[in-house]
Design a protein. Sequence first.
Length: 678
Amino acid sequence: MIVKGARVLDGSANAMMKGKGTEDDRPWQSYHTVYTTAKAGMELVDKEKVQRVVYEMSKGSKYFQNEERKEAFIKQKIDNLRIQCANLTQEDLAHYQKVADRRIVELEASRDLSRIWLHVDMDAFYAAVETLSNPTLKGKPMAVGSMSMLSTANYEARKFGVRAAMPGFIARKLCPELIFVPTDFKKYTYYSDLTRKVFGRYDPNFIAGSLDEAYLDITEVCRERNVKSEEIAQELRAGVYEETGLTCSAGVAPNRLLAKVCSDINKPNGQYVLPNDRMAVMTFVSSLPIRKIGGIGKVTEHILKGVFGINTCEQMLEKSSYICAFFSQSTADFFCSVGLGLGQTDSPQVRFRKSISSERTFSATKDEVLLHKKLEELAEMLSADMQKEGLSGRTLTLKLKTASFEVRTRAVTLQKYISSSEDILKHAKKLLQAELPISVRLIGLRVSQFNGDKCSAKSDPTQKTITNFITSGDVNRNCSSFPDVADHDFVSNAETDMSIDSRQTGQLDWRDPFDGNYLSDVDYQSCTVQKSDGVEEVQTSSNDATSSHYSGLTEVLGSTSYLGQVEGINVKNGSNLLEDERLDSCCQEKTMLWLNDYKCSLCGIELPPSFVEERLEHSDFHLAEKLQKEESSIHQKSVPSQSKGQKDGVTRQSKSKKQKLSQKEGSYTPIDYFFVKK
DNA sequence: TACATACAC
DNA sequence: AATGGTGTATGTA
């Protein structure tokens, strides 16, 4: 659906990718592991050699075969997209160029250069902590983790190509001298708390991204003390070193997205300041490889490069017409804002977790008794975790990873909320039963749809609908009248008490899952220890496309094969976008009205006249609802092609609602605020 | 609602 | 021998 103006595709589209010939001689070149992407400390690594070793060690394994399968799939998508790209007419391109230019102007208008953000990132954190407690490790290549999986590696080890997320047995092949140290989550938490005390001096509301990194808004400190951000960064890093003996790196920039990129530039033990100046930002971003941007991963990189030839952020703008033609608005916005060097500058709202889960890997088995035992253990672990946080939920999801690394999820939504291990197990069993017989190497259980999802009032169905609509794809905001109060709890708590109550969710911070988690199946003790902060990362609450940019990729990936089957879609399709918007605003006035200039005539929600934006959103909602109803009735009687066209329009509209909704973040009162009992 | 995918750490 | 765990977001049917 994203790919507008597409032509019929045929499945044998990869002709153009064939005939390279190099693959036969050097097969490892086609095995795209993530291990070779430039990471701090790995610039001098012989990547060809690393790639070869990784390939040799992996070749033929079940894991490898699955990776090949996934890669082939993505390759196919890329081929399909290239064809669609080639089929765009001049007319199409001219249209999308207009759309793109308009979006870029709008995005540019949203640029905020008034804040100074600092991103701190500890250097090889777990490895550094382990070296502190065992100084004989100093100077030797060392990694934290096990033979199966590494959490992190120190800089000596990185010289050999050893890095986080690499299996230990491959790392040992790359570096036979490599010393393995098991993870000790307690230790990392302790040092993490020490660093956070320092962060708190500069921004009491700092955002902890994980145990080893944080974002600080240092605008005020800089102003109050009348010092340059550069000096603050120096001072902060010195303070961290003083308190912990650990080094860190910092990036300073006008927004969080850029600050994060900057903290990586002079790693380890360095810093980089990008001034709050538009030209400086544009220059910085122009040559920046897109993969450096948080949110652009391996797949997105491949697609953007393979289909559009995009390597740098600047090229996001050069190819903006293609981006607007092929991706959803939110994704296109994100990509364009990357090209402009835009990112979030607000201090995000507090959010609640939306799900909780437990999963374990073991040696693959189809022994049903064994699987059942694993399931039972998981149910108990999960239940214990839920009880710790006072959670209960009504959707249970079973996750299975087959012996061939294929992942399946199966879910049920129940009438009542559950949290006991018995309830969880009872339903989990049924889900598992339906999949038997099967050989699996991982089982996971997840519970979502929490009872305490405070923002969805259950009593009034109307309200529920609206709230769900509004919050879906957005954030469950803290419904407390004084969300700020919670924000400070963590800091003071951290100073007095090592154990952090997970419900004091003021500070945003999911624990670093990767490092903490590599446990043997039975290590429940440390498992419990690991479960710490129930607090949450940043991003989503805001508008800037940063929050919601994954969608488009999923869309492109998911829709291509579908499009391949659809009859040629009108190439003029794109102009519907504009027409829809006109229709939108013209309907807005007629769909509903405000009784006594206060109450919605359709659903009764109260919104004072001063809440102009919120009212607009609200009428948008009703419009979307109306269109959806129309669409579903049309859907029943109309011919497929018509129905497709309609559907497109509606979907695009509701999407644009969400988009608009999140756009004004920052200064506005969330609309769901009005639905919450106080 | 159910499921798959991408991503971060 | 051997490639993790927790959580978020999104689209589509």
